[in-house]
Design a protein around this ligand. Structure first.
Ligand SMILES: NC(=O)c1ccc[n+]([C@@H]2O[C@H](COP(=O)([O-])OP(=O)(O)OC[C@H]3O[C@@H](n4cnc5c(N)ncnc54)[C@H](OP(=O)(O)O)[C@@H]3O)[C@@H](O)[C@H]2O)c1
Length: 351
């Protein structure tokens, strides 16, 4: 446990060393961890817990997740159950269905909760936007959150590589007096690198903003804009692709992650440094109002309503697939598909 101070803001970071295996086993020894859902998070978190010998069961409806779980060693009647049965057996219930799935299953889950159970989320969505989701837990259970700051796929692959994805944690309701200990312990047990504290509201506001902006929305928009400008000025697809995508993700961005932006700048040419230092504030000025607008849309619940409405339509999946197909067919991603084949070393297959 380390206290850090950044710009006068004090925070406590929980590290793996704070919860060695024996301590985790002691805290979690009477828990039946029931994981509902086998999407990226349910899969990653459940497999990481199972590999370390914790008492974990999975609750699913019959269908694609069920089949996948069976293929990965979960056995019906032993550690794989229908959702309500798993929820009843669990004392620490990890509610990891899709956010729309959580809304649909909540009326049933609510009936399965026992006094003193711990209801665990990996997103603040259901609780914070309860006006829309109707997810209002009973007062006699702990309600906690542990949100890995990365895809569920990397929760698993980093764990297998001996690394860890950082996660935020929060306590919304402490009925047993043990909510904090429970969420910190399970947060480390799912394989997190370190934990930092948040609230359900702060988590959902930052997460929805992040994925709409830097992590996904903004990055797609910015890459497309640059690629199209280069192509419109007569640059070849290879040149536009390498300058907008390949160089970013294969060379420069990993350096930022490793040592920071200043270090990446310091290791580029003086020409690149001068230009980037001059243009960065112009982009900041242009983009900040859009991020601010996005944050407000998240804060007012507008983004949640849009998401719930879209995801609850019966044609949601085919519509989404069509949108993703349109993206895949954009020239830059078609170029990527062809040009990635020329990488000298093929990437290791994702586990
Ligand atoms: N994806 C991430 O990287 C990430 C990162 C941090 C936090 N989170 C949070 O973690 C939670 C889980 O997200 P996820 O991405 O792992 O899962 P997801 O892909 O959003 O959801 C998939 C799971 O939900 C089940 N499901 C959906 N609707 C259902 C319904 N009506 N009834 C029963 N099951 C239903 C699916 O089962 P079927 O196969 O049977 O349809 C599948 O097992 C969410 O709260 C999410 O916001 C996700």
């Amino acid at each position: 446990m380390k206290t850090i101070n950044i710009a006068g803001h004090q925070e406590t970071i929980i590290e793996r060393g704070d919860y060695p295996k024996e301590k985790l086993q002691k805290i979690l020894k009477n828990e039946v961890i029931a994981i509902l859902g086998y999407g990226p998070q349910g899969r990653g978190q459940s497999l990481n817990l199972r590999d370390q010998g914790f008492n974990v069961i999975v609750g699913l409806r019959k269908g694609s997740s069920w089949d996948k779980a069976q293929k990965e060693g979960w056995v019906e009647g032993k550690n794989l159950f229908e959702m309500e049965e798993a929820a009843k057996k669990g004392t620490l219930i990890q509610f990891l269905l899709s956010d729309a799935g959580q809304i649909a299953f909540w009326p049933k889950l609510k009936e399965c909760l026992n006094e003193g159970d711990c209801l665990y989320f990996s997103h603040g969505f259901g609780i914070v936007f309860s006006n829309d989701t109707k997810i209002i837990p009973p007062k006699n259970v702990d309600v906690v959150l542990c949100a890995p700051k990365g895809s569920g796929l990397t929760v698993r692959t980093h764990f297998l590589d001996g690394r860890g994805i950082n996660a935020s944690y929060a306590v919304y309701q402490d009925a047993t007096g043990r909510a904090c200990e429970r969420v910190q312990a399970v947060g480390i047990a799912i394989g997190s690198g370190h934990l930092f504290e948040t609230t359900f509201q702060k988590e959902v506001h930052s997460d929805l903003t992040g994925e709409r902006c830097i992590l996904m929305g903004l990055i797609q928009g910015a890459i497309k804009a640059q690629y199209e400008v280069l192509r419109a000025h007569g640059h070849s697809p290879s040149e536009a692709y390498n300058e907008s995508i390949e160089e970013a993700f294969q060379s420069l961005y990993p350096l930022i992650g490793e040592k920071g932006m200043d270090w990446m700048y310091a290791n580029c040419s003086t020409t690149a440094q001068r230009g980037a230092l001059d243009w960065a504030p112009r982009f900041e000025k242009a983009i900040k109002p859009v991020i601010e607008e996005c944050y407000k849309s998240v804060q007012t619940g507008n983004e949640a309503r849009i998401t719930i409405e879209a995801n609850s339509k019966s044609d949601y999946r085919p519509k989404l697939e069509k949108e993703l197909e349109t993206m895949a067919n954009q020239e830059m991603w078609q170029a990527g598909k062809i040009l990635r084949e020329f990488r000298p070393e093929r990437l290791k297959p994702l586990k």
